[in-house]
Design a protein around this ligand. Structure first.
Ligand code: PLP
Length: 378
């Protein structure tokens, strides 16, 4: 099998599975309990917190565990609106955000907030200047992702947030860091982000766990209230097994960011070279993009048809993004991908387990699909 859909989800690492198993079988106490079992469970959570904080270059007290990145982003967007909404009514974001961010802003807009969405220019690029100039003293939140999940495009988060924080220190800067975490080296300081959303299952941890960085002193109202866990910021008994697994995989991957980046870059170059020999193929990913995600337009074949053709040969990719589930992607449209590729774009995404053999298999089968499916059409 050739699994090339690592931006959708990844296979849990051995370290993750071991840590999950240990927490389930041995370390099963409630982290809020005051006796040994509880304290051991709390220790495991804090170890994971430390591992994430070390990668982001922040204090462990600034990391909160959630159920997924979607929850992390919902928390920031609705929590910031709740805190600032009476005084400030404007938020700025982009047209290429993941639905977990985009739909929150749609909801805020319906509730009477002004939402400015910055689109890529005619070259398909988002300029920091555009984001900066949309912000004014009435803006309480700017949300911009680091790496786009459909094309791999890297947005100018640092540049935009740096200048926004300088001019409007009260404006909260939020970054969906899901597709960049442990792949593109960044620190909270280099991003100038007040809040960063992260997901476990994109980095070889389990589904069902995410994290949120909130800079000390930044005021976000809690989204889930109850027993007061996570310093009253995110109630609900912490999922010790999944958090432990997340922490274990983060620790392991943090040691190999540079070498994995090089490996992904080599695979991306190899794929691009091999695709050059195919007719009717367009690489949608720009130069300024993550090596982990490659968006490929294949003329005259619907993405879903190609996806299932490849699936039958045990090659797994996704159409546009896993979340778009067959719907035409407004994000690809936003990136100015030509119309003939909008329904015919697949996303190939790597992890360290991929090899050139995976790419050879993919390109061979794309070529066959171009012949076979074209014949069916005739
Ligand atoms: N943000 C981006 C950029 C993503 O790619 C995804 C998942 O596809 C998410 C957020 C949502 O992550 P989760 O599944 O942890 O909610």
């Amino acid at each position: 099998m050739h699994y090339l859909d690592n931006a959708a989800t990844t296979k849990p690492s051995v370290a993750c599975v071991k840590a999950v198993n240990h927490a389930l079988c041995e370390n099963f106490g409630n982290p809020s309990s005051l006796y040994r079992l509880g304290i051991d469970a709390e220790k495991a959570i804090n170890e994971a917190r430390e591992n994430i904080a070390a990668v982001l270059g922040c204090d462990m007290g600034e990391i909160y565990f959630t159920s997924c990145a979607t929850e992390s982003s919902n928390t920031v967007i609705f929590g910031a609106a709740e805190n600032f909404g009476k005084r400030k009514k404007k938020a700025v974001t982009t047209t290429v955000e993941h639905p977990s961010v985009a739909h929150c802003f749609d909801k805020l807009e319906k509730a009477g907030f002004e939402v400015v969405r910055i689109s890529p220019d005619e070259k398909g690029e988002i300029k920091a200047e555009e984001i900066i100039s949309a912000v004014d003293e009435n803006t309480f939140l700017v949300s911009c992702m680091l790496v786009n999940n459909e094309t791999g495009y890297i947005l100018p988060v640092s540049e935009a947030f740096k200048r926004i924080k300088k001019k409007y220190p009260e404006c909260i800067t939020h970054c969906d860091g899901v597709q960049g975490f442990l792949k593109i080296p960044f620190k909270v300081k280099s991003l100038y982000a007040d809040c960063i959303s992260l997901s476990g299952h994109k980095v070889h941890a389990s589904k069902g766990v995410g994290a949120l960085y909130v800079k000390k002193g930044v005021r976000i109202a809690p989204y889930i209230i109850g027993g007061g866990q996570e310093k009253n910021f995110r109630s609900g008994t912490e999922c010790v097994p999944l958090i432990s697994g997340f922490g274990a995989t983060v620790k392991e991957l943090s040691l190999t960011i540079d070498e994995r980046y090089k490996q992904a870059l080599e695979l991306k170059k190899y794929l691009a070279e091999k695709l050059e020999s195919c007719k009717g193929i367009k690489l949608n990913s720009k130069e300024n993009s993550s090596p982990y995600i490659v968006s490929v337009g294949v003329e005259n074949i619907k993405a879903e048809t190609l996806l299932h053709y490849l699936e039958a040969r045990e090659i797994y990719v996704s159409s546009g993004s896993a979340c778009s589930k067959g719907k035409r992607s407004s994000v690809l449209e936003s990136f100015r991908i030509p119309g003939k590729y909008l329904d015919s774009t697949i996303r190939v995404s790597f992890c360290e387990f991929n090899t050139k053999e995976d790419i050879d298999a993919l390109v061979t089968e794309i070529k066959k699909a171009q012949n076979n499916l074209a014949k069916i059409k005739k």
